[in-house]
Design a protein around this ligand. Structure first.
Ligand SMILES: Nc1nc2c(c(=O)[nH]1)N[C@H]1C(S)=C(S)[C@@H](COP(=O)(O)OP(=O)(O)OC[C@H]3O[C@@H](n4cnc5c(=O)[nH]c(N)nc54)[C@H](O)[C@@H]3O)O[C@H]1N2
Ligand SMILES: Nc1nc2c(c(=O)[nH]1)N[C@H]1C(S)=C(S)[C@@H](COP(=O)(O)OP(=O)(O)OC[C@H]3O[C@@H](n4cnc5c(=O)[nH]c(N)nc54)[C@H](O)[C@@H]3O)O[C@H]1N2
Ligand code: SF4
Ligand SMILES: [Mo]
Length: 579
């Protein structure tokens, strides 16, 4: 029997039944500060019953109440918000069927990685890159907009003794541990990638007339101004790429910055130009061949409306009911202050299914208790390694209701009888795996099975930007990164609720950050690791000194490729003055 951590994390650790990390590659017998605290955390801050407006009710009463609300609303007035709090196929994907059957509004799942997936696919047909075994073959690695030594510890373990180059907007922990680092301006990575390509051509490291014509449109002066690097530094990067033929780890932060899709797409084609096989890694989930749409019922049903994850706050008036699972939108989505206001005013009936009292669960009208991954059966995949895992519970929890059971009991309550809503879950998974080398009975008996990913053979330099396609980065920016002790908003039960500290080059003490749409109050802290014009926060504590979501000051937006909102925003001012 095995357990697999299903949190939104590259590593997807696998444990034995006594919760020791398996000594198989690439888990290699170690885990993170969250992994070692999971057993302890499992009994803290848990939702232990259903609640209606703060009052304990039975799960059955909760389901009846939800069914009544659903009957009173039009499908497009019901929005479900679900993300990667647990990426089990039976926790995240399959339970979406009921909402898609009803035709409810859906988000576009764009908050994190969709921009990069779409950009890389537009060049390669697929976004899959290097697998853990491939990581081992390289003698060098480039960490481009990636804080891998914190966000991706098992990948880092494989690469940490190689020659390492980091490209970041601040002196990150990964930069400090690298042999070379380059600090660029936020959102300038597309320019830098083109600068590197220009040198690769000038120095005749590569011959490619089509590329030569495309990069001509960009002059070196503009690239230097945009990136803030010296010409010699860009040349050095081209030399390093040519001589080391490194693996490039393309971080998710890039997709949430300006020019994000172009940056990621252009970075991903550098290895190809240099003939480096499987020379990049972004996220491998979409190359595994799992039919996620089938699990969600999207092969048959269609949401009546799809909205950007960055738009939920702004378009809140279009909805009457929001059903949330696997996500903590009050913490994580742009404009989430508008969700809070709408719930407080009674304009939105907010329903949350979560194992823990997340910030969103705390303000919800109706709450359902979910089991953690330690307490339920699931099929788990990783966005890095290619194991499929049959996760079995090691702790019993009779108070909680699984996502599958909640969906099916709600369907009964609504007198829905479409067979897809009641398809035996493992049968559904088996069908979703039909294009892979894995079948469910094999997986259920062997517990861990390697899936053989599918690579595509197509390649195109397009979509290659022209200068007018790119936004020239100037001004001051707020940026975020992963904290070692938290996964997004999770783990405050163990590691505490931190104050909102904004690391920067100039200011110390209490003050405010203002964007074009609002202001939040924070604690500034000077750090020599941060260049002028950069305001850095960990992405695990997104509430200001007055408990306002920091994301209140992020306006709605949609990336050009996969719809990812710009979270690393340009700000208007940062100052010690509060008013
Ligand atoms: N411990 C821990 N691990 C995690 C998570 C966590 O919360 N905690 N979260 C998981 C999730 S959800 C994700 S998405 C990943 C995220 O992990 P990563 O992919 O590593 O991305 P980020 O941590 O968002 O940012 C990485 C780096 O990008 C830099 N950066 C910001 N903007 C720019 C830019 O415009 N250009 C360049 N070159 N650099 C820039 C930041 O300074 C930061 O050092 O980690 C996963 N792993
Ligand atoms: N300003 C700013 N905003 C950001 C970011 C940033 O860098 N800056 N980062 C963005 C990124 S990268 C991401 S990925 C998003 C993440 O945003 P969220 O999706 O909100 O991620 P989490 O905070 O991990 O919340 C996941 C929720 O799922 C719950 N959960 C865990 N396991 C289960 C389960 O088995 N069942 C159910 N029903 N629920 C479960 C957890 O308890 C938690 O409440 O935030 C984004 N928001
Ligand atoms: S959060 Fe990541 S590194 Fe930590 S236990 Fe889970 S999968 Fe492993
Ligand atoms: Mo993420």
């Amino acid at each position: 029997m095995v357990i697999s951590c299903t949190r939104d994390c590259y590593d997807t650790c696998i444990f034995d039944e006594s919760y020791k990390p398996l000594k198989i590659f690439p888990i290699n017998g170690f885990t993170c500060s969250r992994g070692i605290a999971d057993l302890k955390r499992n009994s803290i801050n848990r939702i232990s019953s259903a609640y209606y407006n703060g009052k304990e009710i039975s799960i059955n009463e909760g389901i009846q109440l939800l069914a009544k609300k659903i009957r009173e609303a039009k499908p497009e007035e019901i929005l479900h918000i679900d993300y990667d709090g647990n990426q089990g196929l039976l926790t995240w994907y399959y339970p979406a069927r009921i909402w898609n059957f009803l035709g409810s509004a859906s988000t576009d799942y764009s908050i994190c990685s969709s921009e990069g997936h779409a950009a890389i696919k537009s060049h390669y047909g697929n976004s899959i890159g290097a697998l853990p075994e491939d990581f081992e073959k390289f003698s060098a690695a480039v960490f481009w907009g990636s804080e891998a030594s914190i966000s991706f510890i098992h990948g880092w373990r494989i690469l940490k003794d190689k020659y390492k180059i980091t490209i970041d907007v601040r002196k990150s922990e990964t930069a400090k541990k690298s042999e070379k680092y380059f600090i660029v301006k936020p959102g300038s990575d597309a320019y830098l990638a083109i600068g590197i390509m220009k040198f690769l051509i000038w120095k005749e490291y590569i011959q490619n007339d089509e590329l030569k014509n495309k990069v001509k449109a960009f002059d070196m002066d503009t690239i230097i101004k945009a990136t803030g690097l010296k010409e010699e530094e860009i040349e050095e990067l081209a030399d390093l790429y040519y001589y080391y033929k490194p693996l490039t780890i393309i971080g998710f932060a890039l997709g949430r910055s300006i020019n994000g899709g172009y940056s990621i797409g252009l970075i991903s084609i550098i290895p190809k130009l240099l003939g480096i096989e499987k020379g990049f890694f972004y996220a491998n989930s979409q190359g595994l061949g799992i039919d996620f749409d089938y699990l969600r019922g999207l092969h048959k049903y269609k949401p009546r409306k799809i909205i950007g994850m960055g738009e939920v706050g702004d378009r809140i008036n279009e909805f009457k009911i929001i059903f949330v699972w696997n996500s903590n939108p009050i913490h994580s989505l742009p404009g989430s202050n508008k969700i809070i206001e709408a719930v407080n005013d009674g304009r939105i009936f907010l329903v949350v299914h979560d194992p823990f009292w997340s910030e969103t669960a705390k303000i919800a009208n109706l709450v359902f208790p979910a089991p953690t991954f330690l307490e339920k059966n699931d099929i788990v995949y990783s966005y890095w390694h290619n194991y499929l895992i049959y996760n079995e519970p090691i702790i019993r929890n009779n108070n909680a209701i699984t996502e599958v059971e909640l969906m099916q009991r709600l369907a009964n309550s609504l007198e829905l009888n479409d067979p897809l809503l009641f398809e035996e879950p493992m049968k559904a998974v088996n069908f979703a795996l039909r294009n892979t080398n894995v079948n469910i009975s094999d997986l259920l008996s062997r517990k861990i099975v390697k899936i053989e990913p599918k690579y595509s053979n197509t390649f195109s330099l397009d979509p290659f930007p022209t200068p007018t396609d790119l936004e020239f980065p100037n001004g001051e920016f707020m940026i975020y990164s992963a904290h070692p002790n938290y996964t997004n908003s999770q783990f405050k039960e163990i590691y505490g609720n931190k104050i909102p500290v904004v690391y920067n080059s100039k200011l110390d003490g209490e003050g405010a950050i203002e964007s074009e749409i609002g202001k939040v109050k924070v604690i500034f802290k000077k750090s020599s690791d941060i260049p002028d014009g950069i305001y850095f926060l960990f992405k695990s504590n997104l509430f200001d000194l007055q408990n306002m979501p920091i994301n209140s000051i992020i306006k709605p937006s949609k990336g050009k490729f996969g719809g990812t909102p710009n979270l690393n925003i340009k700000i208007k001012s940062a100052s010690r003055l509060l008013y």
